[in-house]
Design a binder for this molecule. Sequence first.
Ligand SMILES: Nc1ncnc2c1ncn2[C@@H]1O[C@H](COP(=O)(O)OP(=O)(O)OP(=O)(O)O)[C@@H](O)[C@H]1O
Ligand SMILES: [Mg+2]
Length: 275
Amino acid sequence: MRDKNYVIRVSSQKGGVGKTTIAVNLACALSDMGYKTLLIDTDVSNPSVGFHLGLEEVNVGFAEFLTGKVSANRAILKYSTTGLNALPGTIHGVIPPEFKDEIFVHLKDKVDKLNYDFIILDTAPGEIERAVIKGMDAFVDHAIVVTTPELSSVTAGMRLAAMYDKHGIDNDIVINRFRNKSYDVSVDEIEESYGKKELAIFPEDDSVPESIAMHIPVVIYDRQAKFSKIAAKLAASYKHKGAVQPSEKQAQRKPARALFWHSLRLAFRRIFLGR
Ligand SMILES: Nc1ncnc2c1ncn2[C@@H]1O[C@H](COP(=O)(O)OP(=O)(O)OP(=O)(O)O)[C@@H](O)[C@H]1O
Ligand SMILES: [Mg+2]
């Protein structure tokens, strides 16, 4: 039985399809189920986890952690609304000069020293070759390929899934922004193209941009939103994959209360920090 660090890589070959949104909400949903969860923003050029969690002002993050400039203790933050741990990127910072692609080779060793039930990796689009070459396949347990029902996204996703297959990385498709329009690629066609059933279908949902504007993951912002229900289901589907049990330490917080504290913190920041 696995005892720690089930690593899920949320990825896409095409940009802007919803990787970060899904990674953030999957991580929050797992954390909410009581799993000790860490969300890592590995997208160094365009980090955006911080926008979703209201951590835009952090000045050390994933790049500094990977180059050894700061310890895990210093770089990992507790997102107090859910208890989720997050290693964001520095949105307003500069990439440390010593950060080179080769540095990804150290990620496995760094992750091995951590102790979580689940580690969710948000990633930059289309970096599979680099990621695999740098040894990410050595520790990724499951890869999610996010695609929208647009043809260009579906075909790009197929290339990514084929690459995962080639390197023996367990992978599944997740459809995002599903609108049930006749001009979109249908679910049947997507399943046929990938040769398997999708793990989840997230609908186009206005609660998503609304929640991002509020810096609150939608699974916390609106638990009844269609997107939130699918995120909870997706998180539940990993119960059997990781063979981990929710860490007892992780006390679940009441959603309404969590939202109250979050709103209070935002108001405080606006008043005292002018943000
Ligand atoms: N299901 C959805 N319904 C409505 N809007 C959505 C949905 N999913 C994502 N979005 C919107 O799409 C935008 C892009 O999503 P996101 O940043 O998660 O994509 P990404 O794949 O991480 O992008 P990048 O490749 O730049 O990292 C978000 O700002 C969000 O507002
Ligand atoms: Mg992203």
